[in-house]
Design a binder for this molecule. Structure first.
Ligand code: AMP
Length: 136
């Protein structure tokens, strides 16, 4: 289950070099090439699934999430880390091969509704639960 046009499939098959952090039979983890935090690692299954909108087996999902702890240990994230999974267009998923971001190495703010909504193309139509306009 590989997609010959997928860059992450090529990384999983060692056809494209990366800064590898961890590997086992099911997945490989490597440093993101455009880190958003001092530690920014991507965990990908070796098999191809577009994202959470695909039929990713529970075993693969669970394994990738379990591996976040191994990454945290390897990278010394003793104060915690953030996991992020973007799915599809509206989440700005740029590589359509399921992956888990592991971010850490500093305090990350909790995103609030206002910040998220600001980026939406329909920001002027986003209201909070009381009917107040949030942005725009
Ligand atoms: P997403 O926007 O959730 O699809 O995340 C894709 C991530 O993959 C981005 O953070 C990119 O910087 C990263 N990325 C894309 N190609 C590579 C690559 N060849 N090596 C390392 N990271 C990559």
């Amino acid at each position: 289950m590989k997609d010959e046009n997928c860059i992450f499939c090529k990384i999983g098959a060692h056809e494209i070099p990366t800064k590898k952090v961890y590997e086992d039979d099911m997945c490989i983890a490597f440093d993101d090439m455009e880190p958003l935090m001092p530690v920014h690692v991507l965990i990908i299954p070796k098999d191809h699934y577009t994202g959470l909108d695909d039929d990713v087996p529970e075993e693969v999902l669970g394994h990738c999430l379990k591996v976040t702890k191994k990454i945290a240990e390897i990278k010394g994230l003793t104060n915690g880390w953030r996991t992020l999974i973007n799915t599809g267009h509206d989440a700005s998923q740029s590589v359509r091969h399921f992956h888990v971001h592991v971010l850490g190495g500093g305090l990350m703010p909790r995103p609030n509704d206002q910040d998220w909504g600001r980026f939406a193309t329909n920001a002027d139509k986003i209201y909070d639960k009381d009917g107040n306009k949030i942005c725009g």
